[in-house]
Design a binder for this molecule. Structure first.
Ligand SMILES: *[C@@H]1O[C@H](CO)[C@@H](O)[C@H](O)[C@H]1NC(C)=O
Ligand SMILES: *[C@@H]1O[C@H](CO)[C@@H](O)[C@H](O)[C@H]1NC(C)=O
Ligand SMILES: *[C@@H]1O[C@H](CO)[C@@H](O)[C@H](O)[C@H]1NC(C)=O
Ligand SMILES: *[C@@H]1O[C@H](CO)[C@@H](O)[C@H](O)[C@H]1NC(C)=O
Ligand SMILES: *[C@@H]1O[C@H](CO)[C@@H](O)[C@H](O)[C@H]1NC(C)=O
Ligand SMILES: *[C@@H]1O[C@H](CO)[C@@H](O)[C@H](O)[C@H]1NC(C)=O
Ligand SMILES: *[C@@H]1O[C@H](CO)[C@@H](O)[C@H](O)[C@H]1NC(C)=O
Ligand SMILES: *[C@@H]1O[C@H](CO)[C@@H](O)[C@H](O)[C@H]1NC(C)=O
Ligand SMILES: *[C@@H]1O[C@H](CO)[C@@H](O)[C@H](O)[C@H]1NC(C)=O
Ligand SMILES: *[C@@H]1O[C@H](CO)[C@@H](O)[C@H](O)[C@H]1NC(C)=O
Length: 259
């Protein structure tokens, strides 16, 4: 934060979010801030309703709807091919931290799905690192490479391996001797590459990975006029909405009545 402009932006956004938290009614009460467990849920994220509340899909971006699990009060995001716990949403740096539900509760997690972002306005964070898992391989592997020690049900006849993506054994085609390859993202700071296969990957997988979200092009005019953009998808086709600070809802953007 040495750049003066970044600093100004930080102050502005702190002020902006502070005003949301301290007086939610100054924004449209239709989209008041919410939470699930200790994760705050605000635009562009929204909560699916339960029996007593209705979906708030118009309060944020399509695809950014979260389900709050009733059992353990954790928000869940469904990406196109798998579901993830959302452990943190940082509204200042536009990042979120996800943990693969398949792996969340296991001492030796077995990831099952590549992360698929689809067309959502999300991208991997620069703080991530990819791990390549090769599961259920034949015994033709180079003996200098240690198999993953802890995976249950994958006996020594069919070992599995993990590498930092791109650091697989040079000149050896792992995909050729293994049944399945899965790529998982982890936070670079959480991984100890020296003991990956002896279980060093497990803690990092359980701590999840970070994604950046990007403002949608359509929302630019609304957001820069101080509003929240949302969609009404209950009609025939999606209708873009802009929720303004004065409580009005527009299609275009808010009047220039900033604060
Ligand atoms: C919040 O806003 C409402 C209406 O805009 C106002 O009546 C109320 O006093 C405000 N509350 C606080 C704590 O500022
Ligand atoms: C929602 O409704 C279903 C069946 O109608 C019921 O089994 C469930 O307990 C309800 N959940 C809540 C949170 O009320
Ligand atoms: C989604 O997962 C299924 C099965 O796990 C797989 O066959 C399919 O290729 C995956 N799709 C993408 C886009 O990764
Ligand atoms: C996690 O594991 C504990 C103990 O094995 C179990 O009680 C709990 O239900 C599990 N939670 C989930 C979400 O699977
Ligand atoms: C996503 O991030 C990767 C590297 O982290 C970058 O190469 C790529 O251009 C980004 N994609 C978009 C659409 O921003
Ligand atoms: C990890 O894999 C994803 C999907 O293949 C890719 O978009 C991303 O750039 C990779 N990240 C790194 C740090 O290589
Ligand atoms: C591993 O592969 C072998 C042979 O392809 C198969 O018989 C076995 O069921 C697989 N094991 C697992 C745990 O997937
Ligand atoms: C995951 O992605 C890799 C390429 O990055 C691909 O080779 C592999 O088959 C994919 N695995 C699954 C389960 O889709
Ligand atoms: C991996 O190495 C780190 C640091 O050297 C250590 O704290 C951790 O316990 C090791 N993990 C395993 C499973 O050996
Ligand atoms: C969404 O559209 C439906 C039908 O077109 C309408 O009844 C409803 O009031 C709209 N909701 C909002 C928040 O604009």
């Amino acid at each position: 934060m040495s750049h003066p402009l970044s600093f100004l932006l930080l102050i502005l956004s702190l002020f902006f979010f502070n005003s949301i938290f301290t007086n939610s009614t100054s924004f449209s009460p239709l989209c008041a801030p919410n939470h699930c467990g200790d994760v705050g849920i605000l635009y562009p994220f929204w909560l699916y309703g339960d029996n007593t509340t209705s979906d708030k899909s118009y309060c944020g971006y399509k695809g950014f709807g979260l389900t709050c699990s009733s059992a353990d009060e954790k928000p869940i995001l469904a990406l196109p091919n798998d579901t993830y716990y959302v452990t943190e949403i940082d509204y200042i740096h536009y990042t979120l931290t996800l943990v693969d539900i398949d792996a969340a509760n296991q001492s030796c997690p077995r990831v099952r799905h590549n992360i698929t972002l689809g067309t959502l306005p999300l991208n991997f964070s620069t703080s991530d690192l990819n791990l390549s898992f090769y599961f259920n391989c034949s015994s033709l592997y180079p003996t200098s490479v240690p198999p993953i020690g802890c995976l249950e049900g994958y006996n020594t006849n069919y070992p599995s391996f993990v590498f930092v993506e791109g650091e697989e054994t040079a000149g050896f085609d792992w995909a050729n001797i293994c049944e399945e390859k899965v790529v998982a993202a982890v936070m670079e700071t959480e991984i100890d590459t020296s003991n990956l296969s002896s279980g060093g990957f497990a803690g990092a997988i359980k701590n999840g990975f970070a994604l950046d979200w990007k403002p949608l092009k359509d929302c630019g005019a609304c957001e820069s006029s101080g509003g929240y953009c949302g969609y009404n998808n209950t009609g025939e086709e999606d209708k873009f909405l802009c929720f303004c600070r004065d409580g009005s809802i527009n299609g275009e953007g808010c009047k220039a009545s900033f604060i």
